[in-house]
Design a protein around this ligand. Sequence first.
Ligand SMILES: C[S@@+](CC[C@H](N)C(=O)[O-])C[C@H]1O[C@@H](n2cnc3c(N)ncnc32)[C@H](O)[C@@H]1O
Length: 215
Amino acid sequence: MPDPFDPLADPAATVARYPGLSHAPATARNRAPICRALADLLPTAPCKVLEVASGTGEHALWMARNLSQVTWQPSEATPEGVAAIEAWRALCPDIANRVLPPVQINAARPPWPGSPVDAVFTANLTHIAPWEATLGLIAGAVARLGQGGLLLIYGPFNEGGSYTGPGNAAFDADLRLRNPAWGLRDREVIDDLALAHHFTIAPRWMMPADNRLLV
Ligand SMILES: C[S@@+](CC[C@H](N)C(=O)[O-])C[C@H]1O[C@@H](n2cnc3c(N)ncnc32)[C@H](O)[C@@H]1O
């Protein structure tokens, strides 16, 4: 009888069962709202999404599981990061054909190798990396997207020069203590940068826990 265990149902239980796995608990909380937004934004026809800074790869697997038209290309900055994603991917053979083997991409060093995609997605990169990663993200996305391609940036951002909530203020202070090059970015600055690269700015999506999805 096949093992009915679903590695994506309860990621914490999966990590308990496979102790070597990396795990980002926040992905279990934000994956459903992000997926609902992507379902509205992505083409309904077969399409390819490049994810920059996939972390553990848990988002990649969840999105591919729930968006059947999508082929998802996860990536991370280091070989260790790529291996961590592959460890999760190996647990989900049912979607292995639509979650491509992870590749190494440094957001800050565009252009990245690879073929054109319909969308570039990233979650929680802009504030946990030096500003060069955001600069590279936008320049790199331009090079991989065609006309009508989407750049989707999820995370916490400042708006109108202010924090969008007290939680984000405390989070920003903590980030800057950990690394002075990190910190929440201004949404308007990212929008201006994208405009300078000839993107059209769509209304941002309000997401739970004072996050946004920039489109
Ligand atoms: C907070 S984690 C977010 C991971 C995942 N997207 C998520 O939401 O759980 C930030 C990730 O950005 C990656 N990262 C940092 N700088 C990067 C860069 N220059 N290029 C690509 N990835 C980078 C880190 O390795 C880390 O996995």
